[in-house]
Design a binder for this molecule. Structure first.
Ligand SMILES: Cc1ncc(COP(=O)(O)O)c(C=O)c1O
Length: 379
């Protein structure tokens, strides 16, 4: 295999349809900023989610979490309970909102927040719990929402991985408080870069719609009716976080492709991996209902300190791997390991993600499975 044949860990699955949609915005529309395509993307997402909650698109998942938190108007340094094992974007969004991430343990079987551990970390300043739907699997959201109610916390869901996933027969974001999605290049659907906030909290919606456009009051409504704001007021710090028509045009095509194309392919790939590895003693798999979730990544746990050996072996076989994620409490900005999270650190040392995206062919997946089995036969 040469470099061109390398099996990628993840990939943007875009083609003629997306290119044509972008072409139409450029040639026919000529307006690349935030306008009718963004409005239409928001409506289509709302329809897809089968919810009355409103959808507000922004230019990244990080921006979605930042604004979702900032909208709560909390005192600076209010505390947010969050699992340490998540992409650094989650933590950066919390600190960008002037809040303090309180790094919590995960449940090893699911990699979702360990509520028993989180409960011990509650102080008077704790105002939010931020569950991360790791590898598209939501934690037990019913229990999380009860926990939030008991402790008077708001819930901001990091559903970056979980667009299209289902919990208890309901689509993620069709219920809940404030739910944030990412549409970056490799997510379940992409808009190039992008994200969305879903909520029915009127105050949060008002704040987010203005804050994504530099805090200019009611600019969203103006732009959606083809106008610009010339006389306006600004009452809060705002951000340049709005989505462009170009990105929304890509997102609209991707949304059409999700149910028929991306979702079944991701589910089949994940089921194949699960069945292939479930009997290998050196591997521990996360239990997931692959008919309910739309798997964004496929992390596995490699036991007996073999993770790095397998990782190198797969790289040598031209199979790209990843580690989702380096726990945030170990990063300098987030305390350089001052908080001790032994379960998280143990799982981190075992994690390896193998390729998962709709562009993987049967032959490629068989090759990956064969190589992993061979590794364990030989070690
Ligand atoms: C768990 C998690 N949260 C948040 C984000 C941020 O999303 P974005 O890349 O769109 O800013 C990501 C993206 O990779 C993610 O994986």
């Amino acid at each position: 295999m040469n470099e061109a044949d390398k099996i990628r860990l993840s990939k943007s699955i875009v083609g003629e349809q997306e290119a044509e949609a972008v072409r139409r915005v450029i040639i026919e529309d000529g307006y690349l900023g935030m306008g009718k395509h963004v409005q239409s993307f928001e409506r289509k997402i709302q329809e897809y989610l089968e919810t009355k909650k409103e959808v507000v698109c922004v230019n990244s998942g990080t921006a979605a979490i930042h604004l979702g938190l900032a909208a709560l108007g909390l005192a600076p340094d209010s505390e947010v309970l969050v699992q340490s094992l998540t992409f650094v974007a989650t933590f950066q969004a919390i600190t960008a909102a002037g809040l303090k991430p309180v790094a919590c343990e995960i449940v090893p079987e699911t990699c979702t927040i360990d509520l028993a551990d989180a409960e011990k970390r509650i102080t008077e300043k704790t105002k939010v719990i931020l569950p991360v739907h790791y590898a598209s699997r939501p934690g037990d959201l019913d229990v999380i929402y009860k926990f939030a109610e008991k402790h008077k916390l708001r819930v901001v869901e990091d559903a970056a991985h979980a667009f299209g996933s289902i919990y208890n027969n309901k689509k993620i974001a069709s219920f809940g408080d404030i739910i944030c999605f990412s549409f970056d290049g490799i997510k379940n659907i992409t808009s190039g870069e992008g994200g969305a906030i879903v909520t029915d909290d009127g105050n949060v919606l008002r704040y987010i719609k203005d804050a994504r456009l530099l805090g200019v009051q009611k600019d969203t409504e103006k732009r959606y009716s083809g106008q610009r704001s010339w006389e306006f007021d600004v009452k809060n710090q705002g951000f340049r976080y709005h989505m462009s028509n170009l990105f929304a045009a890509i997102g609209l095509v991707q949304l059409e492709r999700l149910e028929l194309e991306f979702k079944p392919k991701r589910q089949v790939l994940a089921k194949n991996y699960f069945n292939a590895f479930k009997e290998i003693p050196g591997v521990k798999l996360f239990q997931n209902d692959f008919d309910a979730i739309v798997p964004h990544i496929f992390p596995i746990r490699i036991l007996n300190s073999q993770r790095d050996n397998l990782r190198q072996y797969l790289i040598d076989c031209n199979i790209e791997c990843g580690v989702h994620y380096l726990p945030n409490h170990l990063l300098t900005y987030y305390g350089a390991g001052a908080t001790k999270l032994p379960a998280t650190e143990q799982i981190y040392s075992e994690l390896l993600s193998i390729p998962l995206h709709p562009g993987i062919s049967d032959d490629q997946q068989n090759y990956i499975i064969e190589k992993i089995k061979l590794f364990f036969n030989q070690n």
